[in-house]
Design a protein around this ligand. Sequence first.
Ligand code: SAM
Ligand code: DTB
Ligand code: SF4
Length: 378
Amino acid sequence: MSALLNITEPNNNTNSNDSDFLASLTTDAAQATTGKYSREQIAQLFDLPLMDLLLQAQTIHRQNFNANEVQISTLLSIKTGNCPEDCGYCSQSGHHRDKTKLVAEKRIEVDKVIAAAKRAKTTGSSRFCMGAAWKHPSAKDMPYVVELVKEVKALGLETCMTLGMLDTDQAAQLADAGLDYYNHNLDTSRSYYEQVVSTRSYDERLDTITNVRNSGINVCSGNIVGMGESRDDRIDWVHELLKMPKAPESIPVNLLVPIQGTPIGDKVLAEGQLPVLEWIRTIAVTRICCPSSYVRLSAGRESLSDAEQALAFMAGANSFFYGDKLLTTGNASQSGDDRLMRELGLTKQFAAPRAPKQVPVMDAMSGHQSQVTLASLG
Ligand code: SAM
Ligand code: DTB
Ligand code: SF4
């Protein structure tokens, strides 16, 4: 589809270079598909009048996706709480447990996970995301998570996991099992990161994302908006995505759920939340800069009105978490989401699971060679 909009022309408060860049957004297909913008250009996008920004984002969205189709995923916490990391927003950090009073749970049995995945499939979810409150999986955890990937995939669902840091060998094991997506968020800018977590570094986060990317698993990496960060931090976070060799295939844009007893949650509850429109701006800029990525509405939807969510879809979001619970907090209700999708005319996208890695295997008796999936070799 060719877009012929030049919506920034009447806006006289930009210099000619700025307006050249802004005017070329929806007409310069090459730039729209490579999505490589400078930090200054990302800042200019954030500064656009909201209606201009939304129109640009929606136009670019339509050049890359069916505008009325959404991908939906269901989340399950497979190991909850007592996490050794001290993320200032998170209910699951062991560092805040005396204040959050979150009840921790050990790894849940494979059968229970599979039952939840089957229910998710029945409701029309195309992807099942499993999250664990670990710094990283241990050697003992690997057979468990590999089995989960294989069994959930066998149901015809796409699989996603978020288990903390992964080394190259762990990423390879998950890739061989056929894992479709690995979620590992940068959450914010490099400079704001130290206000958010002290038990790991931004570079460690980037290292895991590199290991996931190199393993062949699709990268899911997003942020949290509304933790007290500045717009500059949100700009820097978008810029970080564009510095990657390839933008993440999936980008969750979480709106902070302020959790009582967490340092960031308590601060935001006392000082007030960021206006929702700034989250919508962040979604729109992400859509423009990463035109072929899925941009996901994640945490924070429970508190939003239909109209706010509709604006987020207008801004180019095209996936969301479906089901009454996220990991430890509530989500917008499934029945409410069904109604909203009907009212907005949105339809669910079907699953397209990544094939597990295939290896040639020789039959010792006949000498016949065939392709066997690594997952089926157990
Ligand atoms: N432990 C793993 C990790 O940190 O990568 C996976 C689970 S962690 C809960 C996944 C993501 O959920 C975090 O990176 C953060 O972006 C998001 N998240 C957690 N608590 C949140 C909250 N209160 N509000 C919004 N997003 C939150
Ligand atoms: C992501 O970026 N958001 C999801 C998913 N990835 C794992 C998690 C949201 C968690 C919200 C807080 C909770 O439920 O504990
Ligand atoms: Fe642990 Fe992840 Fe929560 Fe951080 S966000 S405390 S790593 S579960």
